[in-house]
Design a protein around this ligand. Structure first.
Ligand SMILES: O=C(O)CCC(=O)C(=O)O
Length: 279
């Protein structure tokens, strides 16, 4: 297993992100892409969410509410191939190093098509929550972005403001909110299939305007420290987080460990001493 180097820790701390080139191998990227295309082409049964007030909102498994974009939520429910990015050996050391005790929360894909507008700047974690204490980095939320297609200029790439996880002043969001690459300090994160960006969610980020014709897809696997609870504010996505026992039983021990909070949920449990409650 890769050991995170002193140089990577230094870079992650000053930039708020790291790019791991070619971290995911080509065969897996091809299989992920195939599953994405298939799942974007069909309607999904959302009836399992009936009764939840949010079902009237836009945050379905397949979210097409934004023009020229398809977002899929809760990926391992859609195809087992998505399991393979959970606790991936090229990524897990960074999760452990930068979060401490990571747990997987939401997983989602974003495919953009020509004409998709730039999105607004945001950060999922308050900047004060990013800390380095006695040389130990602690980002309680860390997002892992896998590029499935080329992310070249004009493809609607991730945009970020490097170092903004330590900002002390705020931009005027009325003026700059959706200004994309015209925003002071903004850069576009470019790369090729298999490249991965790991970033602290305290980093200010958004998506650039999509001007090229081809489809552009990334996968986002978001992780939290075991002691944190993002459903409190990410309530519109919380119902996508949890993977039922029928899915988790196919996980490797490492994948089960990274999703162990999901054991504490009905209808059955895999914690020591507890029996399956639906047997
Ligand atoms: O790909 C993009 O447009 C950025 C997506 C994003 O900001 C997010 O998923 O939080």
């Amino acid at each position: 297993m890769h050991e995170v180097t002193a140089e990577e820790r230094f870079l992650f701390d000053i930039q708020g992100y790291l790019i791991l080139r070619g971290a995911i191998d080509g065969d897996l990227i091809t299989a992920l892409d195939k599953a994405l295309i298939a799942n974007e082409a069909i309607d999904h049964d959302e009836s399992w969410a009936e009764g939840l007030p949010i079902v009237a909102g836009q945050h379905f498994t397949k979210d097409t509410n934004t023009a020229n974009q398809i977002r899929l939520n809760g990926l391992p429910r859609l195809d087992p191939v998505f399991d393979q990015l959970i606790a991936h050996p090229a990524i897990l050391p960074y999760l452990n190093e930068f979060i401490g005790e990571p747990q997987l929360v939401n997983t989602w894909s974003i495919s953009k098509f020509e004409g998709r507008e730039a999105t607004g700047w945001h950060n999922g974690l308050p900047t004060d929550d990013y800390r380095v204490l006695n040389g130990v980095i602690r980002s309680p939320m860390l997002n892992v972005v896998t590029m499935v297609t080329p992310n070249h200029p004009g493809d609607g790439c991730f945009t970020i403001i490097p170092g903004s996880h330590k900002k002390n002043l705020s931009l005027d969001y009325k003026r700059w909110g959706s200004a994309g690459l015209d925003t002071p300090g903004a850069i576009e994160v470019t790369g090729d299939p298999g490249d991965v960006m790991i970033f602290t969610e305290a980093l200010t980020h958004a998506g650039a305007k999509k001007t090229t014709k081809r489809r552009r897809t990334t996968l986002q696997y978001n992780h939290m420290h075991l002691h944190r609870s993002s459903p409190m504010w990410d309530h519109h996505n919380a119902r996508h987080y949890w993977m039922p026992p029928s899915i988790r039983e196919r996980f490797t021990p490492e994948q089960k460990h990274l999703t162990r909070w999901m054991s504490y949920t009905l209808p059955d449990r895999s914690v020591p001493g507890a029996e399956r409650s639906n047997d």
